[in-house]
Design a protein around this ligand. Sequence first.
Ligand code: SAM
Length: 280
Amino acid sequence: MAATLYIVATPIGNLEDITYRAVRILGEVDLIAAEDTRHSLKLLNHFNISKPLTSYFDHNQQFKGERILNALRQGKSVALISDAGTPCISDPGYNLVRDAVAEGIPVVPLPGACAAIAALSGSGLPSDNFTFAGFPPARQGKRRAFLADLARLPGTLVLYEAPHRLEETLRDIHETLGDRQVVVARELSKIYEEFIRGAVSGVMPAVAEGKARGEIVILIAPGEVVPEQPEALDTLLQRLLDEEGLSVKDAARKASLITGSSRNEAYSEALKLRNDAEKA
Ligand code: SAM
């Protein structure tokens, strides 16, 4: 195998969700870089894969990244895995992939389990347009600002959340985005897999009763799109005359282009405004 960095998705719960290709590549590479080697050893043992393992997690990304890059530079093949799901998706890996790409080392992603995508596909919420925004900040102020930034996006919002923060995050969603439809997808591909669906106000009591434990994805339906009111002809003309200092003729031409009103109508309105202003 030539020097290649494989980004290998592993199951998010159910071990049957590994792909044939992932098992083959993990068995063929020279080195496996794992977020937590002890955790990944269980998965590798399950599939009878015995390969040199090195850890690669946030705190030592810099150092281990260099070591992994060196192995790749020497022509070795490396598979990057995380504790669950797809590496780089709210998991370490981005820096390594970026550096490998910068050095011209081939990077090959092996598609597979990802909690965000599994949750979205089973949610029943619009999936043609969505935004995955990862974990919301832990502190309330920052979390509300984070949600407010997402408020006007047109598609479904997909978030990861820790179970002990779910209640407060739903409360902030309610406060910031209103009573939108949400889906709390928990324990995907595991025994207690569950989708809790409804308006945020309806889902909050179930969560407060402690019914949503385990690993969780929150999906938020798009808000209603409130069309922006076009600026009325007279307000627009007033602004063009007063603030932009345009002549009656130029203001009328610009306003008719913006509003679609006829040039004559815009001209008479602009003239009237200018005359009124001169009389005042
Ligand atoms: N890289 C992973 C992926 O591809 O989904 C995500 C890793 S991130 C550190 C872990 C978060 O993903 C959890 O806190 C939870 O929000 C979500 N998650 C992972 N497994 C899940 C599952 N089986 N069911 C629901 N959410 C899950």
